[in-house]
Design a protein around this ligand. Sequence first.
Ligand code: ADP
Ligand code: MG
Length: 401
Amino acid sequence: MAKKALADLSASDVSGKRVLVRADFNVPLDDAGNITDDTRIRAALPTIQDLVEKGAKVILASHFGRPKGKVVDSMRLTPVAERLSEKLGQAVIKCDDCIGDEVAAKIAGMDNGQVALLENVRFYDGETSNDPEFAKQLAANADLYVNDAFGTAHRAHASTAGVTEYLSPAVAGSLIEKELKYLQSTVDNPQRPLAAIVGGSKVSSKIGVIDTLLDKVDKIFIGGGMIFTFYKARGLSVGDSLVEEDKLALAKELEAKAKAKGVEFLLPTDVVVADKFAADANTQTVSVESIPDGWMGLDIGPDSVKVFQDALGDCKSVIWNGPMGVFEMEKFAKGTEAIAHTLADLTGTGCITIIGGGDSVAAVEKVGLADKMSHISTGGGASLELLEGKTLPGIAALDDA
Ligand code: ADP
Ligand code: MG
């Protein structure tokens, strides 16, 4: 269902108003407490800047790590406030709490166009339990609500869902709008042919997405550890490769569904096998028909890459979720890297390319191709649930358009 967005609000709707913005500032830190990747901070800037320009008092809320309802000093948002202030080019008022008198006093002193950052909302149990009383306290210092935290939109928490009971309007920020535009519109209303590439370690974690995508796509490519469950279901030997014995029947069903729907279903033709799960393992490339006993498949092979590239050639939209191999180890990263390059090239020819999934995004970033894709999702779990056709509570709670 279409949701009301920040873009639907005029300057007079927000000018002088206290706007609670739920962002996702859950950025990685190194041991010294320095931010190692500020992608999520940068992703939140358009919404914040839009509100600043419209003269709102911007009150930012986010979770950070898993403090489990207690104040944990190493999980304070102080480094985020500093980086955000640099990126915005203006001061960010840092609050030491997310509710209560201190926060109320700081917000009461804000001028139009100023930005404040509340402390980690997960310092309270009420955040993850979506406690109405906590949501009410969060909402107490604001007039209206913008959710721009796509990465946590699949969670019904107080700051992502509960607050919408107390703040109106409650609208989607520009990041959520962009995520929905790419992840949802591409699946529901694609330029065809539409292909999906699904990889990662286990079939069990991707059943939902494969099943849902089979109703939408023209072609589906399977890679990663899950291919061996499909091979075994076909009666092939897979050596010591990862297999989910309890998913063999399901793998057969998914292949049968693809056939019934007329969806081209492509499995790799060759694999890189290793004699152990290690970066220094001995390796060889073999046909999927002749995986030797005692060896495990950890990447797709060069012939598979060629087959995938050929079949992707005429596609106008491609969604990729899950790496093709154990890309964390150099010896098993080639398949994933080759697919990343292929998608980057396709983007250059006008194909819409969407990368969703935490590890797939990390793999694309590792090879430096992130800005060559049409869209890199900022939420692994949320993008998967969206592609599975699930309703995300943080989006469902917003006002309808
Ligand atoms: P994403 O986060 O993109 O959705 P997943 O979390 O589903 O991806 O899967 C990523 C993991 O899958 C990576 O850690 C990778 O090492 C693993 N993986 C890929 N191929 C294999 C394989 N052949 N055997 C074991 N693990 C694999
Ligand atoms: Mg993952």
